[in-house]
Design a binder for this molecule. Structure first.
Ligand SMILES: Cc1cc2nc3c(=O)[nH]c(=O)nc-3n(C[C@H](O)[C@H](O)[C@H](O)COP(=O)(O)O)c2cc1C
Length: 182
């Protein structure tokens, strides 16, 4: 089964989770990088609020892997103003992701599921096998806590991948049955 982790990050939290998942599943990984850089503080806070509020589509660089080539796609975002990062507005415009097995994850300052809710709505034409949110892993006070959060995320991803694998086997079984029938 081919697995891709597709994510964006500004400060590295979502990246840490993405790396943990990709490592656990031996998956390919692609980072969505903005053309015009944005920071998580100062005047850029206003810029980012504006982008979220008005569903802007900031330019993004081409990335390494085409999600449509994969059986299972993990999509990860930092929570921005109770939503997903606006680079995904651009991505969803450029590449239509539908009828795919996907799993969504986010990192945030709080326990809010709102970005995942919006992601789920946006990707409702796909099969959403799981959702996961965690709080800023890399800013934990000690390395053990960071590791625990990343391990838990990776375990969640493993569960999702196992389920996807079973579904694919079942689909293949049904497909063969159909072939033999006719
Ligand atoms: C512009 C901006 C808006 C944010 N809005 C929220 C929010 O609404 N809710 C929340 O829990 N965290 C919010 N955060 C915190 C980030 O979601 C959190 O730090 C996340 O882990 C950052 O991910 P990253 O390190 O991968 O960029 C915001 C951060 C930024 C920079």
């Amino acid at each position: 089964m081919k697995v891709l982790v597709l994510y964006t990050t500004v400060d590295g939290n979502t990246e840490a989770v993405s790396n943990a998942i990709a490592e656990k599943l031996d998956a390919d990984i692609s980072k969505i990088v903005r053309v015009s850089k944005i920071r998580g503080f100062g005047i850029d806070k206003l810029r980012s609020w504006f982008e979220v509020k008005f569903n802007r589509r900031p330019g993004i660089f081409p990335f390494k892997h085409d999600p449509r080539d994969y059986d299972l796609i993990f999509i990860g975002t930092p929570v921005w103003y109770d939503s997903y990062n606006p680079v995904f507005n651009t991505l969803f415009e450029v590449i239509k992701i539908y009828d795919r097995k996907i799993a969504l994850f986010s990192t945030g300052e709080t326990d809010s599921q709102k970005a995942l809710d919006k992601f789920s709505k946006k990707l409702q034409d796909s099969i959403i096998l799981g959702r996961y949110h965690c709080i800023e892993p890399i800013w934990e006070d000690n390395d053990e806590d960071t590791k625990r959060i990343l391990d838990e995320a990776a375990e969640w991803a493993k569960g999702v991948a196992d389920e996807a694998e079973k579904m694919i086997e079942q689909e293949e079984f049904e497909r063969r049955k159909t072939i033999y029938k006719f």
